[in-house]
Write a protein that binds this ligand. Structure first.
Ligand code: FAD
Length: 414
């Protein structure tokens, strides 16, 4: 039987980054995925490394707004009523975690990770030869009404004051100067200057996985659900035979419960589904950065395959068939602000954001199993946080002093 120090389950941004950090600390690592690296959620996201993303998306607490969400009247959200009996307990916990005091607590927990997100990405991009993928143009939120812009600026001023989140207000002329192909339906915007973005998120994960293999790491295609506790560690079955390790990292993103539930854990891992569709741009139209149409909750991101339109959240069962109604609702709205041409592929992509109710990940040791480590639940920010979370986990696993207090992310909080 092959023996290694650590098996990492899941080769999305979170798992690949953890594997690289463990390897950097002298551990032999086998990285396992049933597909290739970076082919699921970490492939289809908006490609933003969200240096500004300290304050989480709260669950709406205003009753009138809640009713509009519940009846699918707002394009940024879609609820499957048939899923309610199963997801209601998680929604209730998310709602409870969305009071101003709880949101502030989450933001304090997120800040040390978010503050280092670009630094930790660059520390992997440089040796992988991938720094050229990064676009350092920030991202822009645009508003169609002056009143919506004013409200957003008020909130932004508070976030700057309390959490140090930078922004620049933009009038219509400044929006046009930065993004000349946006239409004049826009009253103004807010530039978030600190985040960076990439034009092919899957390629970035794949490039990190290549670096891992070049440095002697081994990638195996196998089903993580075959994981078993052995006498002195963990064993996983692969087509090339079983692999044993003293330690295992669970980084299966939205599928993490497929492994933690059989081991007896009941973490409230919920799913916010999201879609993307690429469009060709008309004529020579381009975008220099991702643009969020803030009043309608969708984003346009320039990607190698075209303009990627990504949607807000769909509250549904993880494995329910796709229902891309949000794409149908927002595509005409997107055409109002940018000259989108035809679709670049026949069917939209469906992804699943892995979300714990307090919108913080679980990073750290499993409470009841020796050698089992968790790294999942990175919600809207898994692409952003993969490298920094990988560093923190590897420091904890190897007995180094963690760069930040890991207690906000401990499993025992649930
Ligand atoms: C529309 C949309 C836009 C987003 N935009 C952004 C953004 O701009 N910035 C940002 O930071 N985040 C964004 N996110 C969130 C981000 O994409 C996720 O948080 C992140 O990709 C999660 O990474 P992960 O590695 O945990 O999961 P994944 O990337 O899903 O990786 C999990 C891996 O586990 C594997 N797996 C599952 N089950 C098994 C099994 N039984 N055996 C073996 N392998 C298995 C899968 O094949 C997969 O490769 C967005 C998400 C969506 C849906």
């Amino acid at each position: 039987m092959l023996r290694t120090d650590v098996i990492v389950l899941g080769a999305g941004m979170v798992g690949v980054s953890a594997a690289l950090h463990l390897q950097q600390r002298g551990r032999s690592v086998v990285l396992v995925d049933r597909r290739g690296p970076g082919e699921e959620t970490s492939y289809g996201n908006a490609g933003l490394i969200q240096r500004e993303g300290v304050v989480p998306y709260p669950f709406p607490r205003d009753i009138a707004l809640l009713a509009r969400y519940a009846f699918n009247q707002l394009p940024e959200s879609n609820l499957h009523w048939s899923a309610l009996p199963r997801i209601a307990p998680w929604l209730l916990r998310y709602w409870r975690a969305s009071t101003p005091a709880e949101v502030a607590k989450t933001a304090r927990g997120a800040r040390p990770l978010v503050e280092r997100c670009i630094i930790e990405h660059e520390a992997l991009m440089a040796p992988a030869g991938l720094l050229g993928l990064v676009r350092r143009t920030g991202y822009m939120r645009v508003y169609r009404s002056a009143s919506a812009l004013e409200d957003a600026l008020d909130k932004q001023r508070v976030d700057r004051e309390v959490y140090g989140v930078n922004f620049e207000p933009l009038d219509a002329a400044k929006v046009a100067a930065l993004e000349p192909h946006l239409k004049d339906t826009i009253a103004g915007g807010i530039l978030m200057p600190d985040p960076v973005s990439v034009s092919d998120p899957g390629a970035l994960v794949n490039g990190y996985a290549t670096l891992f293999e070049q440095r002697g790491g081994r990638f195996e295609q196998a089903d993580a659900r075959s994981l078993e506790a052995g006498r002195d560690g963990w064993i996983i079955g692969t087509p090339r035979g079983p692999i044993a390790a003293a330690a295992v990292v669970l980084a299966l993103g939205p599928w993490s419960d497929d492994v933690f539930r059989p081991l007896g854990y009941r973490f409230p891992l919920g799913i916010k589904r999201g879609y993307h569709q690429h469009f060709k741009a008309l004529g020579n139209a381009t975008l220099n950065r991702p643009v969020l149409d803030a009043e309608f909750g969708y984003l346009l991101a320039p990607m190698t395959r075209g303009i990627r339109l990504t949607t807000g959240a769909e509250f549904a069962l993880r494995d329910a068939p796709p229902t891309p109604v949000q794409l149908a609702r927002v595509t005409p709205l997107a055409r109002d602000i940018f000259p989108l041409g035809e679709k670049a592929e026949p069917a939209p992509w469906l992804g699943r954001r892995p979300c714990l109710p307090d919108m913080l990940p679980i990073i750290g040791p499993a409470p009841s199993h020796r050698g089992l480590w968790f790294n999942f639940g990175h919600h809207h920010l898994g692409f952003t946080l993969g490298p920094v979370a990988g560093r923190l986990l590897a420091e904890m696993m190897t007995g180094e002093k963690p760069f930040t207090d890991p207690s906000p992310y401990r499993a025992e909080r649930f």
